[in-house]
Design a protein around this ligand. Structure first.
Ligand code: PEP
Ligand code: MN
Length: 337
């Protein structure tokens, strides 16, 4: 439930409503816009039975929020959120470009890639130190050693850095080295991991689960936010469908659907969505046109020798060409990078 205050409601009126909610053991989420203040109620609204906020001082109207996610809900926070990460922000106005290898393989590979993607306009370096591989025999990542290389690349280039975390132990290590944690598709409903990422307070990029509905995805975001961490960005990375021509099917409609349901920024990962290098550029353009706040793109110095996801990784030259092609699309969407 949300309580929309009148445009001229006093601070005292807002406090009155807030006090009433808290006295029943519920939590309050305040959203102060330019025009109105919205008081969101978090918790079991059954506890408010018998309280009529419609007649309380300064209240305009009361609206039921039927969705189970509240903090992530656009009704709680009608303006699009801007998430501060490292030296940048993700959200309106900016086009965030996260680029880098699927897996951190060694110091040289990461450092070379960091300088190359920075030169082409990326503002985040991505790279996996803990790799959730389909086969237990595939390269599993350099773990803390990889995180150290990530921090070195950050210091050398000024790029913000993001790494996937696959366990609570990985979160404990990663928070010492990176600006943003990534929760991957396979862990989107690992609720203990989500809660731990929430408690870390570090911004989180939450990828969509392989077979997750948008509703399930927003509830996963709610797990992080309900632990006090509202710095969540969503990443559409393709879903499982009957189609086999691409690794996954990019659900581009998720971008406008999310825009209407949540205030959280949304980025798109055309690399994992397609699994095919030549399809990355058209879908990256499509994502910007659909209104995405950014992109995540896999780039490798020598994709043919990559230890993970080589077929979808761009070379430095291909990535550079792509970013120059993307600039007019970004400008048309009122964004820059
Ligand atoms: C990745 O970003 O390297 C990754 C494993 O992505 P996803 O979780 O989307 O499969
Ligand atoms: Mn990958």
């Amino acid at each position: 439930m949300i309580i929309i205050m009148k445009p001229n409601a006093t601070e005292e009126a807002v406090r009155g409503v807030t006090r009433e909610i808290e006295s029943k053991g519920l939590k309050v989420h305040l959203s102060k816009g330019d025009q109105v203040t919205i008081v969101g109620v978090v918790g079991d609204k059954g506890l408010l039975r018998g309280v009529n906020f419609e007649v309380a001082e300064g209240v305009d109207k009361v609206v039921a929020v039927t969705e189970s996610y509240k903090l992530a809900n656009k009704k709680f926070h009608p303006e699009d959120s801007i998430i501060h990460v490292g030296n940048t922000t993700i959200g309106p106005g900016n086009l965030t470009i996260m680029a880098g290898p699927c897996a951190i393989e060694n110091q040289e590979q990461l450092m070379q890639t960091a300088f190359a993607v920075k030169k082409s306009g990326a503002n985040f370096l991505r790279g996996g130190a803990y790799k959730p591989r389909t086969s237990p025999y595939s390269f599993q990542g350099l773990e803390e050693e990889g995180l150290r290389y990530m921090k070195e690349a950050r210091e050398a280039t000024g790029l913000n850095v993001i790494c996937e975390v696959t366990s609570e132990h990985a979160i404990e290590s990663a928070v010492k080295y990176v600006d943003m944690l990534q929760i991957g598709a396979r862990n989107m409903q690992n609720f203990e991991l989500l809660k731990e990422a929430g408690r870390s307070g570090v911004p989180v990029l939450l990828k969509r689960g392989l077979s997750a509905t948008i509703d399930e995805w927003l509830n996963a975001a709610e797990y992080i936010m309900s632990e006090g961490n509202e710095n969540v960005v969503l990443c559409e990375r393709g879903i499982r469908t009957f189609e086999t021509a691409t690794r996954n099917t990019l659900d581009i409609s998720a971008v406008p659907v999310l825009r209407s349901r949540t205030h959280l920024p949304v980025i798109v990962d055309p690399s994992h969505a397609t699994g095919v290098r030549s399809y990355v550029a058209p879908l990256a353009k499509c994502a910007i046109a659909a209104g995405a706040d950014g992109l995540m793109i896999e780039v490798h110095p020598n994709p043919a020798c990559a230890l993970s996801d080589g077929p979808q990784s761009l070379t430095f030259e291909q990535f550079d060409r792509l970013t120059s092609e993307l600039r007019p699309y970004a400008a048309l969407s009122g964004r820059s990078f």
